[in-house]
Design a protein around this ligand. Structure first.
Ligand code: ACO
Length: 376
């Protein structure tokens, strides 16, 4: 079958927009948010400061950061009706599906839902970023018939989430490492979920619809869902000395190893080495490096056999598991961190909107003669 010259399956290599939010330099395996290196942000910034940067295009001064943090704290709660409705969700529901429903529900209670101006979108973005961790914690606790844990004003964004989910504060370096993982997850250019948000709001739909579409898109195991699959794989392997055979069997069956490969990075995902270090630091703090060691063994075998390197979702699995997060919250955690990037993309799209409507190449039949159903 002949194809037109500009058709690219999966839109690979197609430039679908211009952005000032983030830049991937594939050749150098580097990633910049608004011009700042992710390695600096992950080690020196906080999630709140990075979210301000993504939304506003510049770093805040001290007063702006303090005001931004206060606004986020004030917006952490969700309406009682949302809690009541999420409480009716069946226990078997996956946390990511609950989050998708939760963010859509919260939009119904936002008085500015239909105001698509830049300033209203910034205000709504702050509410979304503030409420997503609460929705993730509720989205796990309520279907599991656990009592909600109220947000705490004295804790920063990341530590407060861990507190609301686990009903205890993070110890040692865990709050900082979790915060750093959220910075790393916060933004990544025109990935599938951000692009879904662009497409949705390009019809002049609202920001909540854009974020709901993005959550649904992130869920799949070829995208954000991979971090949960990685942890299931490490558990299935069970012991470091079984990793080699497990990976070889899987590759022999031509199956993919989750947490490896990337559409854009072909020389390694810039974020993975930072997370590998973090995984080591958490396990050494806990004195239990079982999962980290299996992960490192898997990494060695996949690199040797396929030349593939880990992506962002590989080492977050062992980090989050050791912190006590239930596996089904791993992708929702990715989503609540990515909320800052998604909102920045929605705002960038709407600030200079053009309906996104690509073309397709018709490869079906032509000229068929219609016969009424009784004559077929
Ligand atoms: N394990 C084994 N082989 C792989 C893997 C993998 N994880 N990833 C790619 N390959 C192989 C493919 O089998 C294919 O080989 P072939 O040419 O012999 O058929 C080749 O590499 C190209 O792979 P594609 O899937 O066509 O490349 P694409 O750019 O579409 O894939 C993707 C990118 C989807 C991320 C892929 O690498 C993958 O499925 N990885 C596993 C899932 C995963 O970790 N997703 C998270 C990505 S990061 C994120 O979204 C946040």
């Amino acid at each position: 079958m002949e194809t037109s010259s500009n058709y690219s399956p999966g839109l690979e290599g197609i430039v679908a927009g211009r952005t000032t939010i983030s830049e991937i330099d594939e050749a150098r395996s580097s990633l910049m948010f608004r011009g700042y290196d992710i390695r600096d942000l992950a080690t020196k910034s906080t999630y709140e400061e990075t979210a301000f940067l993504l939304l506003n295009g510049r770093l805040p001064d001290a007063a702006e950061l303090a005001a931004f943090e206060s606004r986020l704290k004030a917006e952490r709660g969700v309406p009682g009706e949302v809690i009541d409705l999420l409480g009716k969700i069946p226990a078997h529901a996956h946390s990511m599906d609950v989050l998708r429903t939760g963010i859509s529900l919260v939009g119904l209670f936002d008085p500015e839902e239909w105001d698509g101006s830049h300033d209203a979108n910034i205000r709504k973005a702050e509410r979304i970023i503030a409420k997503m961790p609460t929705l993730v914690a509720l989205g796990y606790r309520l279907p599991h018939r656990m009592k909600p844990v109220e947000p705490r004003d004295d804790l920063p964004h990341a530590a407060n989430f861990l507190y609301m989910l686990l009903d205890k504060e993070p110890d040692g370096p865990k709050g900082r490492i979790f915060d750093s993982s959220m910075i790393i997850y916060a933004e990544h250019e025109y990935n599938a979920s951000s692009f879904a948000a662009h497409v949705t709001v390009s019809t002049l739909s609202d920001i909540y619809s854009g974020i709901t579409a993005a959550v649904g898109t992130l869920k799949g195991p070829l995208h954000g869902g991979a971090n949960e699959e990685v942890m299931k794989m490490l558990i299935d392997i069970g012991e470091g000395d079984k990793a080699e055979k497990w990976v070889m069997d899987r590759l022999g069956r031509k199956e993919k190893i989750m947490g490896f490969g990337h559409r854009v990075y072909k020389h390694g995902d810039s974020r993975a080495p930072i997370l590998k270090e973090a995984s080591k630091e958490v396990c050494e703090f806990d004195g239990y490096c079982h999962w980290h060691e299996i992960a490192v063994k898997v990494e060695e075998v996949v690199k040797r056999e396929k030349g593939l390197l880990p992506n962002v979702d590989f080492f977050t699995a062992s980090i989050y598991y050791l912190m006590g997060l239930p596996i089904e919250t791993f992708t929702p955690v990715f989503a609540m961190a990515r909320a800052a990037g998604w909102c920045a993309h929605v705002i960038e799209q709407l600030d200079d909107n053009r309906l996104i409507r690509p073309a397709s190449e018709y490869v079906g039949q032509r000229g068929l003669v219609y016969k009424p159903v009784g004559e077929r």
